[in-house]
Design a protein around this ligand. Sequence first.
Ligand code: XMP
Length: 510
Amino acid sequence: KVIIIDYGSQVTQLIARRVREAGVYSEIHSCVTTAAQVADMHPSALILSGGPASVGEADAPALDPGFLELGVPVLGICYGMQLLAQNMGGRLAQSLTREYGPAELTLSAPCPLWDGLDAKSPSRVWMSHGDKVLAPPPGFAVTGRTPTLDVAAMADEQRRIYAVQFHPEVYHSVDGEHILQNFLFKVAGITPDWTMSSFVERVVKEMAEQVGDKHVVCALSGGIDSTVVAVLLNRAIGKRLHCIFVDNGLLRLNEGDEVVNYLREHFDLNLEFVQAQERFLSRLKGVEDPEKKRKIIGHTFIEIFDEEAKKLPQVDFLAQGTLYPDVIESVSHKGPSAVIKSHHNVGGLPDTMKLKLIEPLRELFKDEVRKVAAELGMPDSIVWRHPFPGPGLAIRVLGEITEERLSILRLADKIVQEELRESGWYRKVWQGFAVLLPLKTVGVMGDGRTYEHVIALRVVDSVDAMTADWARLPPDLIARMSGRIINEVKGVNRVVYDVSSKPPSTIEWE
Ligand code: XMP
């Protein structure tokens, strides 16, 4: 495995993903991890990430010199390169201005990282740094430069320490993936063995051992994460897995039936389909405040889950679809904070349930979960399903929720989903859906004046939902959605397209 030491860069997770895409398992650890701890992880190579700090300033994260004595190759990226230079006797210059964006890298000396690259023509790389290395430490050769950097890359082949000022992990670095693979395969001599089929085999075996002859309960949401968790556990322990799917009346059109039927038909799961529409909707009656809605939905869900779990045989474990990004410790520029993001899917189950957690997807990124789902034979409609929030349509019917508003939104949303799928845009965007606004506007239809609801279309690009931008859908596609919604959905006479990014807006409207 490859260990990535995180100095706080926004793109550290991309390093881990690129390494894994090359078939090599990687883990991210915070920059206060010691060399002794890393040694216990038996890595095959070490990568030092970028970070926002300036080497040498107060509180800047430091390099544990022991990292260089582990006997494994080291690659420093950006801040990682500056740390290496500073610790090993190179010369650095601080700068007040940042270089941000593309640059042309000239390969100025042979280096195993450049294997297979064309030394005669520059390679487009992506930069994001303030400080720079003026002179490499003794023992290092300068292996690359750009018009603004005399030392854009350096290498000590004897000690197998390599460093680049640019970010090979971002897609804008054209040869970035190739360079990372050269580090993994040519320098570190790693044999790629991280595949989703080996993951499935291992995790199924581990869960079978962990659970023994006990029982596990799992809340299904219809999303890909909990579905994959259930199918993996089903392989591991069969009918001792008890799945609970709650229809809260806030699902999309036919969603509950589709998911439940699919799972029952294909996987022979022990699955309780709880019809609780009435309980949720009656409690939400007259409630307009988004936070209140969320709280009511959360509490009601837990109440029902608790009731259902009590009907089961003695259950010892709760399975959850926690993913790797939820587990990575967040590192602030002053060092790691102890805060670990909590997962909000089944958050807040009563302590009295005293369940031990099983989280088989803890090691995986979202794109890897999709690969596992495909490996398990799930259809594209599940593998590529957009995220859907726990509170469901409750936070997409703005203001008060009524049956009538829910059914208007369901029909409009169905059209959005159909049009995205048919045009091929469904897989290109992160999320796309309709929102019902709690106001009416004037329109004209035939000879008559209308006074009806507004539907907003929200379609966004994102990689992790932390930031997002509105998707530049072709105008014709938006026109088709709008035309169909106004013609086919009674009660709507106007459609608008949301052109806000996150931040400062959010993806959902409530
Ligand atoms: P926002 O609106 O915060 O959404 O930009 C970011 C992502 O999270 C989803 N989302 C939720 N998911 N429970 C969930 O399970 C929630 O309460 C919730 N609120 C937002 C949203 O759909 C988007 O993918």
